[in-house]
Design a protein around this ligand. Sequence first.
Ligand code: AKB
Length: 320
Amino acid sequence: MKSQTEKILITGALGQIGTELTNRLVEIHGAENVVASGLDRWDKNLTTAGFYERMDVTNTQLVRQVIKDYEITTVYHLASLLSGTSEKQPLFAWKLNIEPLLQFCEMAKEGLLQKIFWPSSIAVFGTGIPKENVGQEVVLNPTTVYGISKMAGEKWCEYYHTKFGVDVRSIRYPGLISWKTPAGGGTTDYAVEIFYEAVEEGKYTSFISENTGMPMLYMNDAIKATLDLMAAPKENLTVHTAYNLGGMSFTPKQLAEEIKKEMPDFTIDYKPDFRQEIADSWPASIDDSVAKKDWGLSYDYGITEMTEDMLKNLKIKLAK
Ligand code: AKB
């Protein structure tokens, strides 16, 4: 018999979202109810979770064993290859981004798990869709490996929910900006790198061109949204693919202007690489009214508050 307490497993727990989500889940549920997992060797400073499992998430047998051993009820399955890296390793991206999700859905179907969170992305939209204020129910036409895997994952979530009543919830994250753990392999990562380089070098060369707008979200708001979605009553949820999240929208040039308000000598130049084509296929802004209506999505950070908080924290972190 499973215990009634929520027991949580986080995959990708040492990544950009994973680190901060783990900390928050530990605050809410207690370290003894949170199991972090990742590929790194265990070290006592690795995570705030009460337990750590060094685990390749594509190793189904091992993952099942971990779920059983800890009597896990809820999985935050964050392990994923992002858009830039996926273009370089398409077959591995498909394997990592899809197969473990299906395994977790199977475990939930069998009654081994009660709830799953899986991140989707604005990468699902793709070309031929209006750039601005893209709605929840538009035709999806991803042209990247990452976008294709996320679109397929969303449809699998919907399938398991509709056919078997699996409680799997998802968000189409925009670019995520944070200072605690660096991002890795994404197209929106310029908006994180720029802060590190501003503090360390006073200048930045952007791999995205100056007037390319993309939706972005500060990590504090991303964590809040994820937990709010997971806490929402099941019957309020009308979207079983993944919820749109708009956050804020800006271009590299606009972000540089914000940084200059705090650091007047900061300079930026532009040298777009292969990720420019990916960015060009994504929306510039997103309509997230369905998430606001269904589970009360709200944000605390705009571009100015986010920039102030990033610079304040990175100056302290990088001085150490
Ligand atoms: C990426 O750039 O690949 C991610 C995303 C928008 O999903 N940050």
